[in-house]
Write a protein that binds this ligand. Structure first.
Ligand code: ADP
Ligand code: ZN
Length: 529
């Protein structure tokens, strides 16, 4: 510190070089660090890998006292503290994994002013003895990491985070910095209000991750599709494969292992020791593929994750962005690949319909799913659409599937009318609702046992859709869902018309659709007349 004991910017640069060994700040870091060093509150939104940690670690080293870091990532605290210790930073943590003695040691180091950084699990701050401990030491700042955990209906909500709103009342002069890689306007606002950060300056970095190539394709034989991706583009690479259920995590990990990959499962149903061992192998060994539910990944700092594959549809664009963001932290080319199908939509609608919470909550989940579907069925640049979701404007990227091989569009109005009128007829004339499979069989004129049983061959629409294949019809259904012209409900994913379906049936509305790859290939192969 300078003679007057007022920290200066130059101190921050010096710490950057001397302690962390870096030559320059990354975009946004310096401004944020200066702001916090000056004792002001900040809300930082920066993508994964952007360098959030330095934004509180450097101010904690520059300011007097101990920087208290609230983090939900208990499993990673030891690693974080070890990494800091290796750099000569005096760091410790308090969480439920420690015994009494370990805790006492950290507490006395804190009281003796022998710590620069103290990591705390959020539930510690609900314990009065912890608060009294903090009262007895000198605190330089509070850093609230993964701050989106305070957002009540977000994808990572942690009730313990709600109590963090009181930090300001108890320590009004200690600056607070909240950090997250989640970026929608709604989430910012919720974080600011729940954490009582009304005065905080917001720092919003660009959320673009130019080295990640985004690709989304229809799901046919997901494991085969995944295998092809890994064999042709990512042999020997480390990556993460996300599945929705524990069962499919297990099956997929076994499938990849049978095919010669080092694939390990990770989900909340596994024994904690197995999980920790698998995570450690993923972090320390080369070329390990983690097959996981979304329980895996938050806070994992592995720079060379070359691909993130989703075998099931994420529940929201925010979730998708977070999960894919774990690829390519080192800035090298990486792939974000997702396979999705109608069944995903059916399954997620069902989960929403049966979820706890009031109607408003269900509507909100529904709109998250709709936004995710719209991204999947995007005809234009995926990145433009992804960033637009976070309120950031950009131009076509040249590094996503829709930029690299732009989908052709075709006028799907007549196809949409055929499909919607089949749904309408069944509902009006027979008081019946069916899922996509039966509707498509009717359009294709297939006399399946179920068609015969329900006498669907006598419908006037029977066999009127033979110009498209079954998978093309599935594509039509998915796109109608994405455009809000159709919806699914119930246990069996029955198709139901929406308020806007009538506009198509009444010919007031055109329906542009994207050509499925299969159809595009066939169109290309067909001899030119
Ligand atoms: P985030 O928490 O935003 O995901 P981290 O703080 O873990 O990101 O930083 C990501 C990686 O970038 C880390 O390996 C970190 O050491 C590195 N890093 C951060 N800031 C800089 C910098 N100014 N110069 C070089 N590397 C940096
Ligand atoms: Zn693009």
């Amino acid at each position: 510190t300078s003679p007057e004991n007022v920290p200066e910017v130059s101190d921050a640069s010096r710490v950057l070089h001397r302690v962390f060994g870096y030559t320059s700040f990354r975009e946004g870091q310096q401004e944020i660090i200066e702001h916090v060093v000056a004792g002001r509150d900040a809300l930082v939104l920066m993508p994964t890998g952007g360098g959030k940690s330095l934004c509180y670690q450097i101010p904690a080293l520059v300011r007097e006292g101990v920087g208290v870091v609230v983090s939900p990532l208990i499993a990673l605290m030891q690693d974080q503290v070890d990494a800091l210790t290796a750099l000569g930073v005096r760091a410790g943590f308090l969480n439920s994994t420690q015994d009494h003695d370990e805790r006492r040691q950290v507490e006395s180091a804190f009281l003796a002013g022998e710590l620069d950084l103290l990591y705390l699990a959020p539930e510690r701050l609900r314990v009065e003895s912890t608060l009294r401990l903090l009262d007895r030491g000198a605190i330089s700042l509070f850093a609230i990491d993964e701050a989106h955990c305070v957002a009540q209906w977000g994808h990572d909500f942690r009730p313990d985070y709600l109590a963090l709103s009181t930090l300001h009342e108890r320590w009004p002069t200690v600056p607070r910095i909240a950090l997250t890689a989640t970026a929608t306007e709604a989430t910012h606002a919720e974080i600011a209000s729940r954490l009582n950060l009304g005065e905080a300056r917001h720092f919003v970095a660009s959320f673009d991750r130019p080295n990640i190539q985004y690709r989304i394709e229809p799901k046919n034989e997901p494991r085969r599709q995944l295998l092809k991706l890994l064999r042709t583009e990512h042999p020997g690479d480390a990556g993460i494969v996300y599945c929705l259920s524990r069962a499919s995590v297990e099956k997929t990990a076994a499938f990849l292992a049978e095919n010669g990959f080092q694939a390990l499962p990770y989900h909340a149903g596994l024994d904690a020791r197995v999980r920790a061992a698998n995570q450690a192998r993923f972090l320390r060994e080369d070329g390990v593929i983690m097959v996981a539910t979304i329980a895996f990944g938050m806070g994992i700092d592995k720079p060379d994750v070359r691909f993130v594959a989703h075998l099931d549809l994420p529940k929201s664009v925010e979730g998708y962005y977070q999960e894919t963001g774990r690829a390519g932290r080192d800035g090298l080319p990486s792939t974000a690949w997702l396979a999705y199908g109608l069944q995903d939509v059916v399954q997620q609608r069902k989960m929403i319909d049966t979820s706890e919470g009031d109607a408003a909550h269900q509507r909100r989940l529904g709109s998250h799913l709709d936004a995710m579907l719209a991204l999947c069925e995007a005809v234009e640049c995926r990145r433009v659409q992804l960033l637009a979701y976070f309120g950031q404007r950009s131009t076509a990227c040249g590094n996503c599937d829709t930029c690299l091989s732009p989908p052709e569009s075709w006028d799907g109005t007549v196809a949409a009318q055929k499909l919607l009128s089949t749904v309408l007829r069944l509902q009006r004339e027979r008081r019946q609702k069916f899922g996509a499979g039966q509707i498509i069989d009717i359009l294709l004129g297939k006399k399946t046992p179920k068609v015969i049983q329900h006498d669907h061959a006598s419908l006037t629409v029977f066999g009127v859709g033979t110009e498209l294949s079954e998978s093309e019809w599935r594509g039509v259904v998915r796109q109608l869902l994405a455009q809000g012209l159709l919806t699914v409900e119930g246990d069996y994913g029955t198709l139901v018309l929406t308020d806007t379906s009538a506009e198509v049936l009444g010919r007031q509305r055109q329906v542009p659709l994207r050509r499925e790859p299969e159809r595009a290939a066939r169109a290309a192969k067909a001899p030119k007349a």
